[in-house]
Design a protein. Structure first.
Length: 316
């Protein structure tokens, strides 16, 4: 991007495109199969060995056959199916980790190139602004000329000043067009950066909240979270959360609030249950109501989630 500038000013700044930022990935090295071939021919078993060989137990060789393995120095009993599934999960996790690292490296390279291009564009925009101020100052000075008197007194100087005035006006117009173009580029990059951030945050959110892969469930809970935030005083742009950590925090707060409301309602129901009056001399047997009352009293005293859960369990 360049523009003509008045003499003595340097406004021609070349800016490399950030799209050439990504470097080519290293191609994986193909494994060489140079291992020597070994003769593995084995003599056929003798008849007496066949007779002594025990018959395989189908139950022991099935996927449910328990196998004890050492994990971090401790014995862990697993079935063959569980070991195979754990191996598959390990491979999937390893592949996911490698891809994540590769994407992170690509993103890091792209961000560095983008930052460099933005810095150069910022210098260019600064020079454009400086040049525009100089042109506007020179034009204001020429605007004070009495053109009619100059034409009568010195026609040659008139033509010279008029030509210079026209050149400066054209340069100022071109300068303003360049400034508009640079601002549009800044705005476009800001939009792309925001979309990239939202995509990344969405990926992180689904990784920590896989239930939201169900669009219907995600939409329902998102609306509920917004209503909860509104009840807490959030308004307008404050409801547009673009950080997955804030979304998780708001969701946890909403669920805790709902749980406490249910606990209060359950406590109120227990308090409204009439007390049973026993006659003198009659043995008092333990009643489920006594357990509920004790659980309610503990919950009112501590207010902890654990005691709230026990209160719910006693009411079921």
């Amino acid at each position: 991007m360049s523009t003509d500038t008045p003499s003595g000013e340097s406004g021609d700044l070349s800016i490399d495109g950030a799209s050439a930022a990504f470097a080519a990935l290293m191609e994986p090295i193909e494994a060489q199969d140079d291992a020597p071939q070994v003769d593995t021919e084995i003599d056929p078993p003798k008849e007496e060995d066949k007779e002594k060989k025990p018959e395989p137990n189908a139950a022991e060789e099935g996927d449910d056959a328990p196998i004890t393995v050492m994990v971090d120095g401790k014995p862990v009993t697993l079935t063959k199916a569980e070991i195979a599934e754990a191996h598959k999960n390990g491979l999937r996790q390893s592949d996911y980790t490698q891809k994540t690292m590769a994407l992170a490296e690509q993103r890091k390279t792209a961000e560095a190139e983008t930052a460099k291009a933005q810095q150069e564009r910022g210098v260019y925009a600064h020079n454009l602004t400086k040049m525009a101020a100089q042109l506007e100052g020179a034009l204001q000075q020429q605007a004070q000329i009495d053109w009619n008197a100059l034409l009568e007194q010195n026609p040659v100087e008139f033509l010279k000043q008029k030509h210079l005035f026209d050149q400066r006006q054209a340069a100022l117009q071109q300068n303003q067009q360049e400034q508009t173009k640079v601002q549009q580029q800044f705005q476009t990059e800001a939009i792309i950066a925001r979309q990239s951030r939202l995509s990344e945050q969405q990926h992180e959110l689904l990784a920590k909240l896989p239930d939201w892969k169900d669009e219907a469930k995600a939409d329902t809970e998102q609306k509920a979270i917004k209503e909860f935030l509104k009840s807490r005083g959030y308004r307008g742009a404050e409801l547009n959360i673009d950080d997955h950590r804030a979304v998780l925090l708001a969701r946890d707060a909403m669920m805790y609030h709902e749980m406490m409301d249910k606990a209060k309602a359950a406590t109120k129901r227990v308090q409204n249950v009439p007390t049973k009056v026993e006659r003198p001399g009659v043995s008092r047997e333990t009643s489920p109501l006594d357990g509920r009352t004790a659980a309610m009293q503990r919950q009112q005293k501590t207010g902890s989630i654990e005691d709230t859960s026990k209160l719910f369990a006693s009411l079921i």
